[in-house]
Ligand binder design. Structure first.
Ligand SMILES: [Zn+2]
Length: 138
């Protein structure tokens, strides 16, 4: 009795590396999203052709989070979430600066990132106005 003794119960070694890699790949990179925020690209993303493979046929897209929502209610609901507001905050910094500051982390050469204004995209039907939203996060 006793069963097989050789089965490994724990994987060790590079799991933390894999995890890091996975989380990095899960969504678009920040510099890609930054690209999407350029007027031309943003317009294209917000007025996509109907694509039934995407949630909500690709008609309800959050530029900043690179996510599709099933309807405008879900999208509006998302705009009010912490996830979205946190993303806006993160995007207020120039993408290269974020990388720089990560690289400099803990080495005493931290340079305060350049800030820029970041607002939730307006919705076509005018039912969501970012200027009236409280995006204050402390
Ligand atoms: Zn969002």
């Amino acid at each position: 009795m006793g069963g097989p003794q050789r089965r490994k119960r724990h994987h060790r070694g590079d799991t933390h590396l894999k995890k890091r890699w996975r989380t990095k790949r899960r969504t678009k990179d920040m510099d890609q999203i930054d690209d999407d925020l350029q007027d031309d690209n943003a317009a294209k993303l917000l007025h996509q052709e109907i694509d039934d493979d995407k949630p909500g046929s690709g008609q309800h897209y959050c530029l900043h989070c690179a996510r599709y929502f099933v309807n405008s209610e879900a999208l509006k609901g998302h705009f009010r979430t912490k996830v979205h507001k946190r993303r806006l905050k993160a995007l207020e910094m120039e993408p290269y600066t974020i990388e720089e500051s990560e690289r400099a982390g803990g080495h005493g050469s931290y340079i305060p990132p350049k800030k820029r204004k970041m607002e939730t995209q307006p919705l076509d039907d005018g039912t969501f106005d970012p200027s009236t939203e409280d995006v204050d996060m402390k």
